[in-house]
Each structure stands twice: as structure tokens, then as C-alpha cells.
Design a protein around this ligand. Structure first.
Ligand code: BJW
Length: 267
């Protein structure tokens, strides 16, 4: 007997708002802008939010800035090593999987631009157009910039300090491939996200507090060009008042519900 029934996490008990369903049914090009909330139901901590986040426990300027790295690379690397180990041990959630199914289902072009430095969209089967805040796993030398291809040693338990790996080219410390505050975004990443927003019929903004720029400017720019913008987030955000429709739901419940609704009643 074949088991074709959806997995329990793929079954969403929630209703898709009519306006959201209709906007999605009519769209041929959808751009999905994701933030930390997209991966929250996989177990990746968010940075901010009503239920707390990394920045409640850790100081962003100590751990996510060039200044913090220069002051204490062992402290910063220990934190990133913890996060690398954490993400590796986690799995994409039903929201990641729903986006991949939507994109690979044909008929509609679904592009993803994410602020997330994890690889959960890719592991769910999506191609990511832009990792605007970089990639946790793309390690590189902090001085000469050479990519570091070796597997870094990740302690089984979180540690307070850990000496970063050394660059094979110049012997300086290797750093994570993420964008710290005040840092430049990966070349072309923001432009790719921007073009995808301007070129879309629908922009879905999923799981971001909308306070970190320039990414946070994208929904407003898209809307200014006549693109319908929908926010999916269980909480009110800085973006909520500037979108066409707000859907107060989580990524792992809303996205499967939306994709199931479209599959049941395509355009
Ligand atoms: C759920 C959920 C569920 C929970 N389902 N949802 C213009 C104006 C003002 C300031 C600036 C500006 N332009 C630039 C700046 C400075 C700065 C900035 O924006 N500062 C603001 C904080 C004020 N920007 C920069 O420095 C950027 N660089 C830059 O612009 O370079 C050019 C430049 C250089 C020099 C001078 C000026 C310009 C770089 C920003 C880099 C951000 N880096 C971080 C860390 C990455 C590395 C790492 O991971 O360690 O990126 S900070 C952190 O915030 C991380 C995130 O990508 C980013 C955004 O967070 P996100 O994704 O929105 O997550 P949260 O936690 O904030 O929100 C989670 C949301 O999910 C909440 O709303 C929840 O409700 C929701 N949620 N469960 C759905 N189940």
C-alpha cells in the first residue's frame, strides 16, 4: 500500500484569507522575502520579536559587527560555531517545503530573497535568488578573503570562546560569511532582490521584523510600483501598516495552507 497522505506537519488547520488567496491565484511571478521567522519553526532562534530573540541574550554590536570581531574573535567565533552546529542539526519546516513545492510545481515563477544565513530553503528544495545578509557556511579569511573550504571543528556543546580556524593562504583568522552591521551586502544580492520585487505581481514578506535596512525598504518599493504586498507574520511589525494585506499566521502554517489552496483551485 502506498502512503500518499500528507505528513502531519504539511496539513494546515488555518484558513487562507480570501484576498491573499486571490492575489496568489492571479500572480504569475511571486517574490518571497524571508526573515528569521521563516526558520523559527525549524528551531532557529529569531533575533527580535515578542517571544524574545538572540539580541535579548546577546549584544549585536559585540557579536555581529566588525568592531566586535576585531575586539574578540574567539568570542565571536564561538557564537557562530554554536549557530553553525545548531542549523546543521535542524531541518526545513513545512513553510520551507511549501515554497519549494510551489516553485517547482510550474505555472508560476517563485523567487526567494532571504535575510537568513541558514540553508533551510535550499535543503527544502528551493533555489534562493539572494542571501542578502550572507551565508553562515561560506567561511572566508577575515584578511585576504580567500574562501575556507575545510570543515570547521564544531564543539559538541556551546563554548564561551573558540579560536577561529586559520586561513590556508595567509594564516589569518577565518570568519563566517555573514553581513555584520555596517557591513556591505554581498555583491549583487540586494539588486537581485530589488529587481525580483519590481518584476513581481505579488510580494510575500514572511517572518521579518522589517527593521534592518536596506532589505526592509523592499516591500515599500515594490508597493510603490503597484505590486501587491502581503505580510505573513504572527506579530505586528514596522512593515504592517505599509502592506496591502496582513496575515497573522506563522510561516509553517500559512505557506502550506496557501499552496494547498492553490493546488486545490488553480487559476
Ligand atoms: C515569525 C515566526 C514564525 C517569529 N513565522 N514569523 C537605513 C536606515 C537606518 C539604518 C540603516 C539604513 N541603512 C543601513 C542602516 C544600518 C543597518 C541597519 O539597518 N540598522 C537598523 C537595525 C537600524 N544596516 C546595515 O548595517 C546593513 N549594511 C548596510 O546597509 O551596508 C551599507 C552601509 C554601510 C555602512 C553604512 C551605511 C550603509 C547590514 C545589515 C546586516 C544585518 N545583519 C544581521 C546579522 C547577520 C549575521 C548573523 O546572522 O549573525 O542580520 S542582524 C539580524 O537582523 C540578521 C537578520 O538577517 C536581520 C533581520 O532580522 P529579521 O530577519 O527581520 O529577524 P527578526 O528577529 O528581527 O524578526 C523576526 C520576525 O519573525 C518577527 O517579526 C517575528 O514576529 C516573526 N516570527 N516567529 C513567521 N513562526
Amino acid at each position: 500500500m502506498t502512503n500518499s497522505a500528507p505528513q502531519p506537519t504539511d496539513v494546515s488547520p488555518i484558513e487562507v484569507p480570501t484576498a491573499v488567496r486571490e492575489a496568489a491565484r492571479a500572480a504569475r511571478r511571486v517574490t518571497v522575502l524571508t526573515g528569521a521567522g521563516m526558520s523559527a519553526e525549524s528551531g532557529v532562534p529569531t533575533f527580535r520579536g515578542a517571544k524574545g530573540g538572540l539580541w535579548e541574550e546577546f549584544d549585536p554590536m559585540t557579536l555581529a559587527s566588525q568592531r566586535g570581531w576585531d575586539a574578540d574573535p574567539d568570542l565571536v567565533w564561538a557564537w557562530y560555531a554554536w549557530r553553525i552546529g545548531l542549523v546543521r542539526a535542524l531541518e526545513p519546516n513545512a513553510g520551507h517545503r511549501a515554497l519549494a513545492r510551489w516553485a517547482n510545481g510550474g505555472g508560476v515563477e517563485v523567487r526567494i530573497a532571504t535575510q537568513n544565513v541558514d540553508d533551510l530553503h535550499e535543503r527544502a528544495g528551493s533555489e534562493v535568488l539572494a542571501h542578502v545578509h550572507g551565508d553562515l557556511f561560506a567561511l572566508r579569511c577575515s584578511v585576504c578573503g580567500a574562501p575556507f573550504e575545510d570543515e570547521p571543528e564544531i564543539p559538541a556543546e556551546p563554548v564561551q570562546r573558540l579560536e577561529p580556524p586559520l586561513c590556508g593562504e595567509c594564516g589569518e583568522y577565518v570568519r563566517p560569511g555573514v553581513v555584520w552591521f555596517g557591513g556591505m551586502l554581498p555583491e549583487g544580492a540586494f539588486d537581485a532582490a530589488l529587481d525580483a520585487c519590481l518584476d513581481a505581481d505579488l510580494v510575500l514578506v514572511v517572518g521579518t521584523s522589517g527593521i534592518v535596512y536596506p532589505f526592509a525598504s523592499l516591500p515599500d518599493i515594490a508597493r510603490g510600483h503597484g505590486v501587491t504586498v502581503v505580510e505573513i507574520n504572527p506579530e505586528d511589525t514596522d512593515l504592517s501598516s505599509g502592506v496591502d494585506h496582513v496575515w497573522r499566521a506563522t510561516a509553517a502554517t500559512a505557506l502550506p495552507a496557501l499552496v494547498e489552496a492553490l493546488e486545490a483551485d488553480p487559476a
